[in-house]
Each structure stands twice: as C-alpha cells, then as structure tokens.
Design a protein around this ligand. Structure first.
Ligand code: BGC
Length: 262
C-alpha cells in the first residue's frame, strides 16, 4: 500500500509517498520550512501545502513531536503550546478530505528502524533515540511499540535531560564531540539502569555523524546508529497508517546473539 508520510519537525515539514511494504519512498521528497510562529493553523496550512505539491490525495501518516493519542496532541515541548489539546488528526482529515493517522515522531522513526533498519528481527527490548532539537524515544518489546514514551524528559542534573544531551544542547553550548559524548553517556546509562534494553538505536539528524561520537560511548548495551537516517521520519510516519506495522517481518532475522557475531 502507498501512504504519504509526513514528518512535522521544528524547522521543516517533510513528506513523500512511501511503499509501506518496502519502506522506499516512491516519489520525490518535499520540504517546506515550518512557519516561525508554528501555531496549529500555520502548521496545518504548511502540511497541506506539502501534500498538494506532491499532488497526493490518498491516505496520510503523520509523525508529530509530542504525545499523540487518537489524533489529539497532548504535549508540546518544542512546538507552540497551543497544540496541547488540538485535534490535529480531525483537522487534517477535514482539510485534505483523506484518511489521516498520527503518531509521535520518535515512534515513527523507531517503527521504520524496527521494520526496515537497524532493529530488524531483534528480539527483546529495543530503545530507539532520536537526537535532534529534543530527545525522542521509542520503546519496543519483541518488535511491538509501547507508544508515546517521553524518556527524553527524565531529570538529569536537576533539569530536563533533553536540554542537557540533545543535539541542540550540543550546538547551544558549543560542545566538542567529546564533551557532548560524555553527556550522552550519562543519559544512556540512566536509560540502561531504568530499562535494561537489549539494543539501543541512535537516530535523528546527528546519526549521520555517528563516527564522531559513537566510538567514545561505552555502555553495557549494544549501541548502533540508525540505518535509515533521514528517511526514517517519513517512512515511519507512513507506517502510522498500517496498524500491523510494528510486527517484525517474517522470517525472523538474526537474534541479538547472532547479530553480535556478524
Ligand atoms: C518531545 C517528544 C518528541 C521528541 C523528538 C521531545 O521534546 O516531547 O514527543 O518525540 O522531542 O522530537
């Protein structure tokens, strides 16, 4: 099935049609900058612009950077606070006249990695992190998503962890890769102590530069960079529309033990 995947981010709204069997984009990727005020009306208008530029009139799956339940936005850490309580799903359905499903952006990226990327066939507990403006988390058990985990907001040094260890925190404080890696290790160790995952996947824009920081990261859990890089947000958003998406594809691929011997 083909679904238009739409990734709503702080700086841009990006989308493309996606084949939900293969995860491949079946058309060009379109990006329009997110309006500065970023209020719901502006974001909806921009999302509609992206979809109409693509001349798309089929189903749309959306990734949004906040808690989403049945299309309604419940948190807004890095977007305008007026999103809280906003029924984005209903509004987009009205504007587009098409079916729309919405999931959290990190959950979308995680679904894509579990289905087509670094998490394929991994049994046990997988934690996907997206490091960008914030820290997004997606938690899987046996390939099944526990939706809307918000583990980027645990307390670290008396503040919000994402203000300490996100990629934005690195840029704002002008940290060297080494200094930022040290912060990230602190965060990752907390995650390990709380969740005891079997695999951690590091995604988000910064995963393109994983050679700058992953070698410095020593944790007891295996850590790998996301494989789908930028495509994960869009491809995973399309999976919002396919409820069975979180079931790992058949046949089951290697177990963790076999992976580590690759
Ligand atoms: C939000 C999450 C989101 C993450 C990445 C966090 O600030 O609370 O919902 O997944 O940023 O965008």
């Amino acid at each position: 099935m083909n679904v238009f995947g739409l990734d709503i981010g702080g700086s841009g709204i990006k989308g493309a049609p996606v084949n939900t069997k293969t995860g491949k984009l079946t058309g060009g990727r379109i990006r329009v900058p997110t309006p500065r005020a970023g209020r719901p009306d502006d974001v909806v208008a921009t999302a509609v612009k992206v979809i109409s530029r693509a001349k798309w009139d089929g189903p749309v799956g959306v990734g949004f950077p906040g808690v989403v339940k049945e299309g309604v936005i419940h948190t807004a850490a890095n977007v305008d606070k007026s999103f809280i309580g906003f029924d984005l799903g209903e509004r987009l359905r009205q504007e587009l006249g098409s079916p729309v499903q919405i999931v959290n952006d990190a959950d979308a990226a995680g679904l894509a990695e579990i289905r087509w990327g670094a998490g394929v066939g991994v049994e046990g507990v997988v934690l996907m992190l997206t490091l960008g403006t914030g820290i997004g988390t997606a938690l899987f058990i046996g390939g099944k998503l526990v939706p809307n985990t918000e583990l980027g907001h645990i307390e670290l040094h008396g503040g919000d962890a994402e203000a300490y260890a996100s990629d934005r925190a690195r840029k704002v404080a002008n940290l060297s890769w080494n200094d930022w890696s040290a912060r990230l290790v602190e965060y990752l160790r907390k995650m390990e102590d709380l969740l005891w995952p079997d695999l951690i996947i590091i995604g988000g824009g910064v995963s393109k530069r994983s050679e700058k920081f992953l070698p410095q990261i020593k944790t007891r859990t295996e850590i790998v960079p996301a494989e789908m890089l930028n495509a994960a947000g869009i491809a995973g958003a399309a999976l919002a529309y396919v409820p069975e998406a979180s079931v790992p594809p058949e046949p089951p691929a290697a177990t963790l033990h076999q992976r580590s011997q690759k």
